[in-house]
Design a protein around this ligand. Structure first.
Ligand code: AR6
Length: 204
């Protein structure tokens, strides 16, 4: 115990618990959907994290800024080769200095009051990110709360969409994912997710 402080020990135990759960999971072929209050750039138990990017794919503020900062300049270099990304679509890059192998960049809709196809576009973000992950044999993936920051999408509505689309996708593609993690940065978003999903760990 001398070597670690309490927080470090807690984190190590949590990681072990996660590994055990995931191994059990592999046996029963179920997909876990988990809520996590964390900085997505520190999440290291998935194969890919999703970035809430913009159509240029050249970085920005919020989670996008954080991802580029941690990944380093090679991420921007790869992104420059991608010729941007349309709203609702998704593209994949390597993770560079991030603790994950891949980043899936998707572009959420800017909230314009609700009559500009925002919900369909947000559905497309989650679906296309999952489809791309599946195509690349990614079995563990983490999503931030796409569009709910700078792009202004109301959090409750966005959460319902995120959860519904992921649940449906996982149910329609049994055995293809081990873990889908919703990584929420702030207490209020985390609490909305907790309320909408009913639990911080769901097995499908
Ligand atoms: N880890 C996890 N979630 C985070 C992190 C982090 N490190 N940082 C912020 N969030 P936002 P958007 C949360 O604004 O609304 C950029 O400039 C944040 O609290 O990052 O889709 C892009 O380039 C919120 O809950 O993304 C675009 O121009 C959620 O992530 C634009 O912002 C999404 O907030 C995209 O806006």
């Amino acid at each position: 115990i001398g070597k670690y402080n309490y927080e470090e020990l807690k984190r190590k135990i949590e990681n072990l618990r996660e590994k055990i759960l995931l191994n059990l999971n592999h046996v029963d072929n179920k997909t876990k959907i988990r809520l996590l209050k964390a900085d997505i750039t520190k999440v290291d138990n998935v194969d890919a994290i999703v970035n809430a990017a913009n159509t240029s794919l050249l970085g920005g503020g919020g989670v996008d800024g954080a991802i580029h900062r941690v990944a380093g300049p090679l991420l921007l270099k790869e992104c420059r080769q991608l010729n941007g990304c349309e709203v609702g679509q998704a593209k994949i890059t390597s993770g560079y200095n991030l603790p994950v192998e891949y980043v899936i960049h998707t572009v959420g809709p800017i909230w314009k009051g609700g009559n500009a196809d925002e919900s369909q576009l947000l559905v497309a973000c989650y679906r296309n990110s999952l489809r791309l992950a599946q195509k690349c044999n990614i079995r563990k993936i983490a999503f931030p709360a796409i569009s709910t920051g700078i792009y202004g999408y109301p959090v409750v509505e966005a959460t319902k969409i995120a959860f519904q689309v992921v649940k449906e996708y996982v149910q329609d593609n049994p055995g293809d994912f081990d873990l889908v993690e919703f990584v929420l940065f702030d207490d209020s978003t985390y609490n909305v997710y907790l309320k909408e999903t009913g639990s911080n760990l769901i097995e499908l």
